[in-house]
Design a protein around this ligand. Structure first.
Ligand code: HEC
Length: 443
């Protein structure tokens, strides 16, 4: 066969392949349901955090074109970390093929198709476990209808018969539509503290900054000799986070007498007043907890020795770094970078004493509304003497659509205004290193 003839045949085969692909019917049951159930339903279901359910054909088809729009734009599923830099547990990213399937399905008028009778129905969502202890806000909190974000700090004291260990924890907002994020901390009370008699909560007015001195005294959490309560757990919640667990044998202490603080609890703007009554579910450890989860928060030290204030001038784009040296070998479990509205980019990595670089997280399009404690797939071994670098880029120009000031104003770091203040913070969940940690799955 001549070369020319051969290439004709190849071309014909290619054309045939293309046209059969174009005619292929993309159906809900065969192609779309697996994508939706894996990437959307964990949030888009009852109690899932999203405002509407995507669990059945009707629910998905009703919003077909809208689903195409939000997935093509990359707004949904909301997964911020760059998957090419580092994978995390629960990663939700649509592939090019999956995106194309959604487009074709919508173009074809959203055929339902048949579920293959032999195929087992997709069971992706395990039954929700029942909590051992629920701490619920005493009464609903009013969210004013002023079209502005509302922030509260809420205190829930409790008492157990004895010190207990927790293996997992879950935050459940009462108002799924408005709840945006919360930072929760569990404290063991210092002798002489009496939080029960203090008010249940306050609205942040001119500051959303977490301020221990203020909050502990407001809630009567300061002990006799001026002692602060001891923190035994710190965890963050955002829409879509479900139960937070740490792995076999890893947990946290639930002190016999303690206080749960829900801090920096953020509600989105609403034109009419609404309410929220959140609860926190504690799952006691069924097995022995031999390793207590540790956490550490870092923020940049002042970088400019010649200035007393750390600011981002109006109409400028600046870069700030956090640099931390590890004095012990640790096993990293999860990471939570935090910036405010001017934050555009964050990247965190570690350089070991032997000059290896360990990538931890990169978020190329920072969004204040989507933050999480990202859990590594296996623990990350950080050798003693390593240096962690976190780079944050802040955009204080008018081109940043989230810039809270029009025209831009100078913005200061952690000076204590609103979320119009800026931050670059990093929270790490970790354990002291133990032989074999780096192979332990955290899935
Ligand atoms: C991590 C949880 C989470 C996942 C996963 C998720 N969503 Fe959402 N989704 C939300 C929340 C919360 C909202 C409402 C808040 C908002 O608009 O940002 C929302 C809003 C939406 C909206 C309305 C957007 C708008 O502008 O009003 C659509 C459509 C949507 N999601 C589709 C999807 C699809 C399709 C997927 C999967 C490919 C998906 N979502 C995955 C949590 C999630």
């Amino acid at each position: 066969m001549s070369i020319q003839r051969k290439s004709w045949i190849i071309l014909l085969c290619l054309l045939a392949g293309l046209s059969s692909q174009a005619q292929q019917v993309i159906s809900y049951h065969e192609h779309i349901a697996p994508i939706i159930l894996h990437n959307c339903t964990p949030c888009h279901r009852d109690q899932g955090g999203a405002p509407f359910a995507l669990t059945t054909y009707d629910e998905v088809a009703r919003r077909g074109p809208f689903i195409q729009y939000v997935t093509e734009k990359g707004n949904m599923p909301p997964w911020k970390p760059n998957p090419e830099y580092r994978h995390f547990v629960g990663e939700k990213v649509l592939s090019k093929e999956e995106l194309q399937l959604i487009v074709s399905w919508v173009e074809q008028g959203m055929p339902k198709g048949k579920r293959k009778p032999k195929k087992k129905p997709l069971v992706l969502l395990p039954a929700e476990p029942l909590p051992d202890m629920v701490l619920k806000m005493k009464a609903p909190v009013r969210i004013p209808g002023n079209n502005q974000s509302t922030y509260i700090c809420y205190k829930i004291p409790y008492e157990l018969p004895a010190d207990t260990f927790g293996a997992a924890i879950r935050f459940v907002p009462g108002n799924k539509q408005l709840a945006h994020h919360a930072s929760c901390q569990l404290f063991a009370l210092a002798e002489g503290a009496d939080p029960v008699s203090s008010p249940d909560f306050f609205y942040y007015t001119d500051s959303t900054r977490i301020d221990d001195a203020h909050d502990f005294s407001f809630f009567n959490m300061v002990g006799k000799d001026g002692r602060y309560p001891e923190e035994t757990l710190h965890f963050g919640w955002l829409p879509g986070s479900s139960v937070q667990e740490y792995g076999k044998g890893i947990g946290y202490r639930i002190p016999r007498k303690g206080v749960l603080l829900i801090r920096n609890y953020h509600y989105g703007p609403t034109p009419i007043a609404q309410e929220d009554q959140a609860e926190v579910h504690f799952f006691f450890a069924k097995e022995k907890v031999s390793r207590m989860i540790q956490f550490a928060a870092f923020k940049p030290k002042r970088l400019f020795s010649d200035s007393t204030e750390w600011k981002i001038p109006a109409d400028s784009m600046v870069e700030h770094w956090v640099k931390v040296k590890f004095h012990d070998r640790i096993s990293l479990i999860a990471i939570n970078p935090h910036m405010h509205l001017l934050g555009r980019y964050v990247k965190v990595y570690v350089v070991t004493p032997s000059q290896d670089t360990i990538p931890l997280i990169e978020i190329k399009d920072w969004d204040f509304n989507w933050q999480d404690f990202y859990r590594f797939q296996t623990m990350v071994d950080i050798p003693k003497g390593s240096i962690l670098y976190a780079k944050g880029i802040f955009d204080n120009t008018a081109a940043n659509i989230r810039n809270p000031f029009r025209p831009p104003q100078p913005v200061y770091f952690e000076r204590g205004m609103d979320d119009t203040d800026e931050m670059l913070r990093l929270v790490l969940l970790y354990l002291p290193y133990k032989e074999g940690d780096e192979t332990l799955s955290l899935e």
